[in-house]
Design a binder for this molecule. Structure first.
Ligand SMILES: C[S@@+](CC[C@H](N)C(=O)[O-])C[C@H]1O[C@@H](n2cnc3c(N)ncnc32)[C@H](O)[C@@H]1O
Length: 266
């Protein structure tokens, strides 16, 4: 697998084996850490009842279902660059009987294909890490939000600026996904530069380090036979090596998941 950065994501990065492994860890329909519990934490203090929401990088759609059924969003537009993931999202949403509330749209990286002031909330869970050019992205998020609208995101951020450590380069190689990581401070500055107010950041490194250590223990213990049965020994052992390196970069503080919140002025 190769590591790429400075490039947008392409469809097919999350192949069926990776999707299976991530859902074993995080729950059916989730491709990011923590499943429903972490969505709950992200939305603490942010009431989205009755809001129209854009979800950037929606993938399989478990979160979009929660945004409506648990958190009371009136409507969600779920976008992603990967049509195969969105096909699964559509199926999930249809089965849940939420086709009127949740709609999906396959997009190409770049400007958001929506009119100005279209949404009350722009939400994203661990997808912005894949998008190069945070200034342009946050300007687009600001544009599509209504006055007073809110940006609520979890993102995979980095602990420092400058060249990545050798440990991070090895982590990127094992992940095989195009990552474009900013630091918490860079993200906050880019949000302010885009015109946002009340910018808040919450470092989630300690939480994810603890979770990743427990995931690694499961992957090298009771979960290993299940993973091998599902995706074969070679891929299973690859992901074990990937998770060992994940724990290393979390311990070093190189990888620093975080919550980002900001408001567009009225
Ligand atoms: C780590 S997954 C997270 C998926 C989902 N938010 C979740 O938590 O289950 C990141 C997703 O972002 C998508 N993505 C990457 N670049 C994107 C872009 N420029 N616009 C929209 N989605 C993008 C990927 O295809 C992938 O589905």
């Amino acid at each position: 697998m190769t590591a790429r950065s400075g490039e947008p994501s392409v469809a097919g990065e999350y192949d069926p084996a990776m999707q299976a492994l991530l859902q074993l860890l995080w729950g059916e329909g989730f491709l990011s850490p923590g499943g429903a519990g972490e969505v709950e934490r992200l939305l603490e203090g942010s009431d989205i009842r009755g809001c129209s929401v854009l979800d950037i990088g929606a993938a399989l759609g478990a979160i979009d279902e929660l945004l409506v059924t648990v958190h009371g969003a009136a409507a969600v537009v779920a976008i992603d660059v990967d049509p195969a993931l969105l096909a699964q999202l559509d199926l999930r949403i249809r089965r849940a009987g939420l086709g009127r509330q949740v709609t999906s749209r396959c997009v190409v990286p770049g400007p958001l294909p929506f009119a100005a002031e279209s949404f009350d909330v722009v939400f994203s869970k661990d997808a912005i890490v894949q998008i190069p050019g945070k200034a342009a992205l946050f300007a687009e998020v600001h544009r599509v939000l209504r006055p007073g609208g809110r940006f609520i995101a979890s993102d995979w951020l980095r602990g420092s600026t400058g060249p990545h450590s050798a440990e991070m380069v090895e982590f990127f190689r094992l992940e095989g996904i195009a990552y474009n990581m900013a630091s918490l401070e860079e993200s906050a500055a880019a949000l302010r530069a885009a015109g946002f107010r009340a910018v808040e950041v919450r470092d989630r490194n300690a939480w994810y380090l603890d979770l990743a250590q427990r995931e690694l223990a499961a992957m090298t213990g009771p979960l290993l036979p299940v993973i091998v049965e599902r995706i074969g020994r070679e891929r299973a052992l690859h992901f074990v090596a990937n998770w060992r390196q994940l724990v290393v970069v979390l311990e070093r503080g190189d990888l620093r998941p975080g919550h980002l919140k900001a408001t567009k002025a009225n």
